[in-house]
Design a protein around this ligand. Sequence first.
Ligand code: 1CP
Length: 342
Amino acid sequence: MSNSPADSALVRAARGLEVPRTPVWFMRQAGRSLPEYRKIRQGVAMLESCRRPELVTEITLQPVRRHGVDAAILFSDIVVPLAAAGIDLDIVPGTGPVVAEPIRTAAAVEALRPLDATDVSYVAESVRLLLPELGATPLIGFAGAPFTLASYLIEGGPSRTYLKTKAMMYGDPQLWHTLCSRLADITLTFLRVQIDAGVSAVQLFDSWAGALSEADYREYVMPHSTRVLSGLADAGVPRIHFGVGTGVLLEAMGEAGADVVGVDWRTPLDRAVSVVGPERSLQGNLDPAILFAPWEVVERETRRVLAQGRAARGHIFNLGHGVMPETDPDVLTRLVELVHSV
Ligand code: 1CP
């Protein structure tokens, strides 16, 4: 077992197969919590760094080397395919993605062009450089789901309330569905590029879908995420579907076509199992803020997550959301050792 990425603990747990130990990786494991990341990123803008395969390779490998995690996640961003499709946007330090001309009209939606695989050839190249370096460690590819991408395009940047997003969703459902349908096409192309280049699993990030009720999620969002996930059903790699604050959406997010449902820290994994059912695995869900508590607390909470995860057909240990930049990387390394020892 585990001499190829396709037979790794991560892929096996995602499929509900037996594993020698619970696989663990961290969302945002490559990033500002690592001094070696901060150093190598000096003087290179975020989007530019995503377009340099040698840099992507090095940054993607950093947390694997340092922490001994069971998977790498490609260093990129959910807005990379949008920029590649011609949208004028930037990732502003301390803020996040900022869109020069937010998309709020039919004309703007019409102007959104499809993504061609050649627009993101640097992503395929990065995956190809990474595979021999990673050996048996699986590489996770990812993309943003239509709702989360739409929220950045319509708001023009990060938002707390999603007011403009919801204004379009409720006020002009036809335009909303046209936009999300185009975003689903972009996401599907972006994920296929990564799968064709050799990633072993994919994660669809619908980080902000938790802003919606279940009924609205099912009506306005789920058809588009389902098209993405079901479009990859025969691609041969497990599909992880994640969002934050999605306690009431877990059932629908599983139904959308996920092999693994990602759960944030608010919903205990044993409760998530009773909602998601026995046909899917779970990923999660230690509160990233717990890593700032004394080690005894980290250990107690980690053991609780692992115990609750046993209710699932397969469990991939992760945080409930991304690593915070202020996190002590040594705590992450110790956490990986703990998960492997239980
Ligand atoms: O200069 C920097 O270092 C900027 C910080 C940063 C980093 C390291 C951003 C800006 N993106 C990234 C990389 C990134 N983004 C990864 C790398 C792989 C890894 O996990 O190690 C991934 C998976 C993402 C995906 C991403 N980008 C998501 C989904 C995951 C999540 O956190 O929910 C989202 C919502 C984004 C948008 C984004 N990009 C960057 C920021 C600060 C944000 C969030 C802004 C907001 O609050 O809305």
